[in-house]
Design a protein around this ligand. Structure first.
Ligand code: UDP
Length: 480
């Protein structure tokens, strides 16, 4: 079979943000492991990061992963500072819309690559809606990669079709998601501004994403069927999409070296050695992904809450723009130096989560983090901020029942509002609840079982393994 697969050539074209690039690189590895010829399309600065992440694959796998670069548009064309080729290098998230506009200019160089290499299929990120037409010009099918759960994909569709939040009279009034499996309730504060506000530009962009998806060959999803069966089926049966669940993609990084290089960062943290000294299931790991920004006041409350819980913690605060000391409560680091570790930068999250000392994960519910939490088999404290994170929270809390919510109430565009600050006692309570011996026992058992099922899904004969096989088999005739 490997020989036949080798005739198949797929382009992978991730959006230029960690939460999209990391799973897309994993996906290229998963296809390469099947013997498929894979090429990742990206810009020169991102190519450096990606090549670090994939270097290690060459030793083990049948096929190398190639990288083809296209130049990011110039600063005169985009108005963005020099060297901004990645969402996480933007001066502020206020430039996000300018960044999206800049990526539109990648269309022409992308088509040049299609013309020269003529791959048999393109897997392009949802934020490149134009890619369906680009590929069609050359008779190439396009698969969409959203980087979202089936649950959120279905919820977005329900919001778009029925606008159920419009039937509420105040912001915190609950409404039920119509034509949606389970009695899932939300408030209009949580649905996301692209559905609620009269933002013509954003609305048009989302319509374009939707249309390009409907006209695409189908959708590849970083999930596994057993995790969200009802929603996976709903997406296919009710919304008529062709979809392949081929995750959890992070599981393709089997050895430590590969996990360390995910995201192309190479810092080996002392944190892993610190974890080695801790008891099984004793440490709460806190990380809000790569995009979320909290005000200092929120950081202070988190610090006080962690301290009040009396539990051991590992907290990724990332790189703060302002003087860090402004948010640190007086004496905090001295008082907690035995109990906690603060990571001021990029954490090797996949390695941390799988460490047996980790007993719970405080997460912003980005889909990659959520799924990595599932794979690690640890209960979560859900703290959604923006994007589709409030939907993922519902899945974790109400469907999977493997977490407790911290009590976040209001969606914001990655930058949490000062007035929505979660107080220290809510953090303390959630940490104590999720690590409690008896109360959390059921949660822990369910989380462990799901982790086991996740691993089974990507092994030979598992659901994701079989889905990937059937997708590859379906695409092979295009290459003959
Ligand atoms: N991540 C990491 N170290 C960090 C922060 C994030 O490895 O310090 C990884 C995390 O494991 C996940 C991705 O970055 O794979 C973040 O994606 P997610 O969808 O969770 O959130 P986003 O950053 O898109 O909000």
């Amino acid at each position: 079979m490997a020989n036949k697969n080798a005739s198949l050539h797929i382009f992978f074209f991730p959006f230029l943000a960690h939460g999209h690039m990391i799973p897309c690189v994993d996906m290229a590895m998963v296809f390469a492991a099947k013997g498929v010829r894979t090429t990742i399309i990206t810009t020169p600065l991102n190519a450096q990061t990606i090549s670090k992440a994939i270097q290690k694959t060459k030793i083990h796998q049948t096929k190398e992963i190639n990288i083809q670069t296209i130049n990011f548009p110039s600063t005169t064309e985009t108005g963005l500072p020099e060297g901004c080729e990645h969402v996480n290098t933007l001066p502020s998230l206020a430039s996000l819309s300018a960044f999206h506009k800049a990526t539109r200019l990648l269309e022409e160089p992308f088509e040049q690559l299609l013309l020269h290499h003529h791959p048999n299929c393109v897997v392009a990120d949802m934020f490149f809606p134009w890619a369906t037409d680009s590929a069609a010009k050359f008779g190439i099918p396009r698969l969409v990669f959203h980087g979202m759960s089936f649950f959120s994909l279905c919820a977005y569709e329900v919001m778009r079709l029925y606008e159920p939040y419009k039937n509420t009279s105040f912001d915190s009034e609950l409404f039920v998601l119509p034509n949606f499996p389970g009695e899932i309730k939300m408030t209009r504060l949580q649905v996301g501004s692209f559905f609620r506000k009269d933002d013509v530009e954003a609305k048009r962009f989302w319509e374009e994403i939707h249309e390009s998806e409907v006209r695409s060959y189908g959708v590849v999803v970083n999930s596994f069927h057993e995790l969200e069966k009802d929603y996976a089926d709903h997406y296919v049966k009710k919304f008529g999409r062709r979809a392949w669940a081929i995750g959890p993609l992070s599981l393709c990084n089997k050895d430590k070296e590969k996990k360390r290089y995910r995201g192309g960062k190479e810092d080996e943290h002392e944190c892993l050695k610190w974890l080695d000294t801790k008891a099984t299931g004793s440490v709460v790991y806190v990380c809000f992904g790569s995009m979320t920004k909290f005000p200092d006041s929120q950081f202070r409350e988190i610090a006080l809450g962690l301290e009040a819980s009396g539990k051991e913690f590992m907290w990724v605060v990332g790189k703060r723009e302002k003087n860090e000391e402004e948010w640190v409560p007086e004496g905090f680091e001295d008082r907690t130096k035995e109990k906690g570790v603060i990571i001021r930068g990029w954490a090797p999250q996949a390695l941390i989560l799988e460490h047996e000392a980790i007993g719970a994960f405080v997460t912003h519910c980005g889909w990659n983090s959520t799924l990595e939490g599932v794979v690690a088999g640890v209960p979560m404290i859900t703290w959604p901020v923006g994007a589709e994170q409030f939907y993922n929270e519902k899945l974790v809390i109400e469907v999977l029942k493997i977490g407790v919510p911290v009590g976040a109430r209001k969606w914001s565009n990655f930058v949490a509002d000062e007035d929505c600050c979660i107080k220290w006692d809510a953090v303390e309570k959630a940490v104590k609840r999720v690590l409690a011996e008896e109360e959390a026992e059921g949660m822990r058992k369910r989380a462990k079982l799901l982790a086991h099922t996740a691993k089974r899904a990507v092994e030979e004969g598992g659901s994701s393994y079989s889905n990937l096989d059937s997708l590859v088999q379906e695409l092979i005739p295009l290459s003959l």
